[in-house]
Write a protein that binds this ligand. Structure first.
Ligand SMILES: [Zn+2]
Length: 185
């Protein structure tokens, strides 16, 4: 049975590496699979998905793929950085599952640096058949659910939800250390 699956994890939980490995598993079995990412997500260069551990594969932009899609068979569609897709694009991905019987696996963040759901992630929470967490840990060893934005080594809580091309970085923290704004022990 085709499914819409949302696999979410905080920053540094190897979501992209996971996506690339799942894509390889399909490819290795001669299954038809495609990798997608949001059009806005071009920091790694257009139409490439790169993981921190060095894996990379070509991809297509999700918005363009959906616009041009005309019923071709796929065994699986894998979407990375799915939180940046608009909610209506998530609806269209769910149509691929229901109309064409394609399994769609989405990887991304659940919440932003202010601990609020991304609109795309919220729509997935509403629509997905399966919701799975990819775990990662805070510096203290507890499960990390929160993404802290860092600017000059300090955690910041004000700013735009998405700052593509900005110089800030992110780390994942447990709730307690996110609240305390304590980024190291
Ligand atoms: Zn902690």
């Amino acid at each position: 049975m085709a499914k819409l699956i949302f696999r979410y994890g905080a920053m540094g939980s190897s979501k992209t590496a996971n996506a690339l490995m799942v894509r390889y598993n399909y490819y290795e079995r001669d299954k038809k699979v495609v990798l997608l990412k949001p059009r806005c997500e071009d920091r790694d260069g257009a139409k490439v998905i790169k993981s921190r551990i060095g894996l990379e594969e070509p991809c297509e932009f999700a918005e363009d793929f959906l616009e041009n899609y005309s019923g071709e068979h796929y065994d699986c569609i894998i979407v990375d950085e799915v939180q940046f897709l608009a909610p209506e694009i998530i609806d269209r991905l769910s149509d691929l599952v229901d109309t064409y019987g394609i399994t769609v696996i989405c990887y991304g963040l659940r919440t932003d640096f202010q601990s609020h759901l991304f609109p795309g992630a919220q729509r997935l929470m509403e629509l997905a058949d399966d919701i799975e967490q990819i775990r990662t840990i805070c510096w203290c060893g507890k499960r990390a659910h929160f993404n802290a934005r860092l600017l000059n080594g300090e955690m910041v809580t004000e700013g735009e939800q998405v700052q593509l091309g900005g110089n800030e970085s992110y780390i994942s923290l447990c709730r307690k250390h996110y609240k305390q704004r304590k980024i190291e022990g």
